[in-house]
Design a protein around this ligand. Structure first.
Ligand code: 5GP
Ligand code: MN
Ligand code: MN
Length: 491
């Protein structure tokens, strides 16, 4: 059928692009596809030379928002027979989307948006937040995730944390709660105990730059009434969406993982020429592999914690300006992560989000509908929540956004009039207060601000409608609700 493109290759690896005729794949994506095939080639040859056949790639799925990344392209789902590929996770380990429903409606919030904007700028950018964690608390977060920080007794979904899913259940390969198992946080010991500019306290609660965001949205349409009801959505309701990752922690974990993979590489065998180096499953590689999985888990735990704090900051702003509210977690969906399955296979998703069905969600609170799939559009367009079907063809994965249409460099060339029109209709909170006369006088500062915003403007991203319909037609996921932005915090 026309939703798929199968790429023949000489190793017989199933390589599929979930495309759909309604979402054109960028021509530059061809280069990225070749990068993936070249990686398959190197790993296959290395397996033949060293006997490490677990490095071999057993399956690849490419999403329609495929684009260039460091090493492996973003939008790649890559399954190996056991080897770990830090470069197929992405440097921003456990970058992901957190979504919470609230008890507020758009009508209650709209009249307060000016005040809310000021308050959120203060909270996010002007030192208004105080997330003072002790060394022990930081370590607990990194080692044991949010349950480690907040106490294991936190009941299911209390405070919006879906962590006590099943005690001890954080098995890679299953749908995750918000805890990634590690044995220690040694890789980040200095960082846990350091103070000052680059300390834990200065980082936690940061959105991160570029495409990361913390957004107030409202439910603008319901497409699947039963699932929407089951997940706590109602028309006109305010919801919180946070897109953020592990900030500098993921980079550090991946860089050292790669160093260790290099060090554990068998002598006499040349390193792969594309510099994509796997961590094998043999005894010699075991210590490096264990260290990587711990640092990886620490970074992943930090990312969930950071998204949790960012949503608390949105909640705090809303509570101060719009009155008391309650909020419930719908889902925290990672899109840069690896999953180890019981059969030994390892699924890496880099810029792709899980879209499991009933089976993958079995035993958890999503068994009824399948896994929630969060697909953001842009700060000036709709975002969607879908329910996954666990499509084997996509390794139960979906694209993690509409995807870029205009490259970063080219985006800055858009006209100021376009940006002004956007700013009349939508609210963006950035570190700079663009309405403050003291700021507007500074033409150089304003020009830089405009340039940055244009890189993230709605017109640089693809139309979300066809992206969602292609997911539906390909049997990947079904739309549940549509969300529209009320206010976007861009880091
Ligand atoms: P990416 O990692 O692909 O650049 O970002 C993920 C996706 O988030 C993008 O493809 C885009 O569709 C979406 N996105 C980027 N910025 C925003 C934003 O400010 N708000 C919303 N709702 N979506 C965004
Ligand atoms: Mn991301
Ligand atoms: Mn990220």
């Amino acid at each position: 059928d026309d939703s798929w493109l199968h790429l023949p290759n000489r190793w017989g690896i199933p390589v599929d692009i979930c495309a759909g005729t309604d979402v054109p794949i960028e021509s530059s994506a061809i280069d990225e596809i070749l990068t993936v095939l070249a990686t398959a080639d190197t790993l296959e040859r290395l397996g033949a030379v060293t006997g490490h056949t677990e490095a071999a790639i057993s399956r690849v799925v490419l999403t329609p928002d495929l684009h260039k990344g460091a090493g492996i392209p973003i939008g790649t789902v890559l399954q190996t027979r056991g080897a770990l590929l830090p470069q197929a996770v992405g440097n921003d380990i456990n970058c992901g989307m957190r979504l919470e429903t609230t008890s507020l409606t758009a009508d209650q919030v709209r009249p307060r948006l000016d005040a809310l904007e000021r308050r959120l700028r203060h909270l996010f950018f002007e030192g208004g937040r105080r997330i003072a964690l002790s060394g022990l608390q930081r370590e607990a977060l990194l080692r044991d995730g949010l349950p480690g920080l907040l106490g294991a007794g936190v009941p299911e979904r209390a405070d919006g944390i879906w962590s006590a899913l099943r005690p001890g259940d954080a098995q890679p390969g299953r749908i995750h709660g918000s805890r990634y198992p590690t044995t220690n946080a040694d890789a980040f010991r200095d960082w846990i105990h350091s103070a000052g500019g680059t300390s834990f306290d200065s980082i936690i609660g940061s959105v991160g730059g570029g495409n990361h965001f913390a957004e107030l949205q409202y439910v603008s349409a319901v497409h699947d009434r039963q699932a929407a009801h089951g997940w706590g959505f109602s028309l006109g309701q305010v919801v919180l969406m946070v897109h953020s990752g592990s900030l500098s922690l993921g980079h550090q974990a991946n860089a050292s993982g790669l160093d260790q993979a290099r060090a554990a590489w068998p002598g006499g065998v040349p390193l792969p020429d594309n510099r994509i180096i796997p961590l094998m499953t043999d005894g010699r590689s075991a210590p490096a592999r264990r260290r990587y999985l711990d640092a990886f888990g620490n970074a992943a735990n930090f990312a969930v914690g950071n998204r949790f704090f960012l949503s608390l900051m949105l909640r705090a702003g809303l509570a101060a300006e719009c009155g008391e509210l309650s909020a419930d977690l719908v889902y925290d969906a990672p899109h840069n992560l690896l999953w180890q399955h019981d059969d030994g296979q390892v699924v890496h998703r880099k810029g792709a989000t899980p879209a499991g069905g009933y089976a993958e969600a079995a035993g958890g609170p999503y068994a009824m509908w399948g896994e929630p799939v969060i697909v953001p559009g842009s700060m000036g367009a709709a975002s969607y929540v879908l329910r996954g079907h666990g499509s084997p063809r996509t390794l139960a994965s979906a694209c993690h956004g509409a995807g870029r249409r205009v490259r970063r460099g080219a985006a800055a060339q858009a006209g100021d009039a376009e940006l002004d029109a956007f700013l009349r209709d939508f609210r963006v909170v950035t570190p700079l207060d663009h309405r403050d006369p003291a700021v507007t006088r500074r033409s150089d500062v304003m020009a830089a601000w405009r340039r940055d915003l244009k890189q993230e403007a709605p017109w640089v991203y693809k139309d979300i409608g066809p992206v969602v319909s292609s997911l539906r037609r390909a049997g990947v996921a079904e739309p549940v609700v549509e969300l529209r932005p009320l206010l976007t915090v861009k880091g």
